[in-house]
Design a protein around this ligand. Structure first.
Ligand SMILES: [Zn+2]
Length: 367
């Protein structure tokens, strides 16, 4: 998974810029810096003068020189705001796989004539409003979003949730996302049109062919397989997992996330399994079998029953939540779904039940 441990420049050489969403509020002689519920107050109007130079272009040394002020007053302000995670202090170019690098990005003067780059820049900004706030990020989140291009994600399933997740991850910069439908010959139906990126004109066409054709349109970055590392693929399984696939993911140490089919008016997301490290699917099966007398029989009946599609509102909610956790795992290697599940009740979506599992003693996954 991606790390953010880049060598950190000395205070004088950092190029400070306030993170997206951080405000500077003048209150008489004092200055408040932060968000609505978290921030810091400084006495003296000189702070505002220094802050006005925080554009991510000039170093602390250059700012002190331009403003003819004490270098220590600039670096101490930068150190304090950096500690509070309100500052970006590094510049990282946007690298599009191995093909292209934003020109002159160190000086912040990208070529305005490069339409592709400008389009990506505007589309990437909402993603940066998330990644810049990840712990340890000091470059505005650009490196994390850029690294998403190299992460293959294989989505198994062809429900609304699987399709929505496919679209969200591609739009979020995970360019190596592919969808593996259970039925390769399946045609697009009326029900599928709710996912957003399929049109009535797509009705009846091959789902496989259409989603492959739409990949370039959905992807935040230009598609380029160079740089992808298939040995570190991440799997998302939507629906009941196939035993032979479970075996492959476990034996090849492929992290995999489960999104179950709906059960009555609820649906379960998780666990996210890191083989050899966190409780596996079988651990959760054995645990629930121990707890409920009819659990195994109900699971068999669910498999034999006709598959139920989720309501549109639920599908969007679940795909969005799952995508956030997948992106978190790609960006940081962490997720609240590691060894855990959440169960969403359609009737009371805010009352999500979260459950943590342990390794089951009868399962050999942690030996
Ligand atoms: Zn296990």
């Amino acid at each position: 998974m991606t790390t953010t441990d880049a060598p950190y420049a000395p205070s004088t050489q950092r190029k400070p810029q306030l993170k997206i969403g951080t405000f500077v509020i003048a209150q008489g002689e004092s200055t408040y810096i932060g968000q609505s519920d978290q921030g810091i107050e400084y006495e003296g109007v000189h702070v505002r003068r220094i802050l006005s130079s925080f554009a991510g272009v000039r170093t602390c040394q250059e700012i002190a020189s331009d403003l003819e002020c004490d270098l220590d007053s600039v670096t101490s302000l930068v150190d304090e705001l950096d500690e509070l995670h309100f500052l970006d202090t590094q510049r990282t170019p946007i690298i599009l796989s191995d093909r292209y690098q934003s020109p002159d990005s160190e000086e912040g003067c990208e070529n305005d004539l490069d339409a592709t780059f400008q389009q990506i820049k505007s589309k990437i900004r909402p993603e940066l409003s998330l990644t810049t706030w990840r712990p340890g990020v000091r470059d505005g989140g650009i490196a994390l979003v850029g690294e998403r291009q190299k992460q293959p994600v294989h989505i198994y399933g062809n429900s609304r949730i699987a399709l929505m997740l496919y679209g969200i991850l591609l739009n979020s910069g995970v360019s190596q996302t592919i969808l593996i439908p259970e039925e390769t010959s399946r045609a697009i139906s009326d029900v599928d049109l709710a996912v957003g990126f399929l049109q009535p004109a797509d009705f009846g066409f091959s789902l496989n062919g259409r989603i492959a054709a739409l990949r370039p349109e959905l992807s935040l970055f230009p598609l380029n397989c160079a740089g992808a590392d298939s040995t570190r693929a991440l799997v998302v399984n939507v629906g009941p997992p196939q035993p032979e696939l479970l075996q492959v993911w476990m034996s090849e140490c492929i992290p995999h996330l489960f999104i179950e089919d709906p059960e009555c008016a609820s649906i379960t997301i998780g666990p996210l399994v890191v083989p050899g490290s966190t409780p596996c699917w079988r651990c959760t099966v054995l645990t629930q079998d121990d707890e409920h007398i009819a659990w195994t029989e109900v699971q068999w009946q669910r498999r034999l029953s006709a598959r139920a599609e989720t309501p549109v509102s639920v599908a969007h909610h679940v795909a969005g939540l799952a995508a956030l956790e997948v992106l978190r795992f790609i960006d940081t290697g962490h997720s609240d779904l590691l060894g855990s599940t959440i169960r969403i009740n359609y009737l009371s979506a805010m009352e999500t039940a979260r459950r943590t599992f342990l390794h089951h003693p009868a399962c050999g996954c942690h030996w």
